[in-house]
Every structure is written in C-alpha cells, then in structure tokens.
Design a protein around this ligand. Structure first.
Ligand SMILES: [Zn+2]
Length: 132
C-alpha cells in the first residue's frame, strides 16, 4: 500500500480523500467525517516520520563521527578525508551551510562545521555559541 497516495491524490471530484465516499455539504470539505480526517492526519504523520528516519540517522551518525574525531576540547582539527570516509561519514548529509567572507563553504552538522581544506583534507570546526 502506498502511504503517499492519500496525501498526493487530488480531490477535485469531491469525494472523501480517504474512503472516496461522495461528500455532502460544503464544497470545500475534504473528508466525509472526522473519522476520515483523523485517519488522514495519522497517515501524514506516519509518512513524515518514515521519510525522516533514514536521513536523521545519517545526520546523527555524521555528527557522532565529527564529535569523536574532534574530541572534547578542540575547537578545530584538520584530518584526512579518507579518515572520515573510513568511519562511514556521508559528506552529502548536513543540516545547513554557510559561505564565509573568503568564499569558503562551511557545511554544518548542528553546531559542528567542516570545510574542504584541500583535495584530501577536511577542516573540522566547532562553532561556539556567541555570548551576548
Ligand atoms: Zn471518508
């Protein structure tokens, strides 16, 4: 069963999105009943959860690897790219990125960033929160 079908199915024919019964009453109604509406939201939550599980796993794994390599007290560290690869680091999974004034791109995993220092070196930087 495709769980996404319920979410993407168009509803132009004015049938309930879940059970396909004709809808009585207002023309902007999408579900025939509160029961069907609840089913829809349950399926939507489930689909969001399933979609997030795999990527969240990669992000957490990447973060753990950076944390492990950087250690507790270092602010920054240069390592060989293949060290991270050997540990299973997936370079394409990051939470956000920032381009600094020198045009260098820092890829973030939460509060730790990395950037391509050279073809085979990666600079890992712990970003401390600024105190105001
Ligand atoms: Zn229904």
């Amino acid at each position: 069963m495709c769980i996404f079908a319920y979410i993407t199915t168009d509803c132009m024919d004015h049938k309930c999105k879940i059970c396909a019964k004709p809808i009585k009453g207002r023309s902007d109604k999408i579900y025939c009943s509160t029961h069907c509406k609840n089913i829809y939201h349950k399926k939507l939550r489930y689909a969001s959860k399933v979609a997030a599980i795999e990527i969240n796993g990669y992000l957490k794994r990447n973060y753990s690897i950076l944390l492990e390599v950087l250690g507790k007290n270092k602010i920054q560290l240069k390592v060989y790219r293949n060290l991270l690869e050997r540990k299973g680091f997936r370079f394409k999974y990051r939470t956000h990125f920032h381009i600094n004034s020198k045009g260098k791109t820092f890829f973030y995993l939460y509060d730790i960033a990395w950037m391509e220092f050279s073809d085979d070196e990666i600079l890992i930087v712990r970003k401390r929160r600024l105190k105001h």
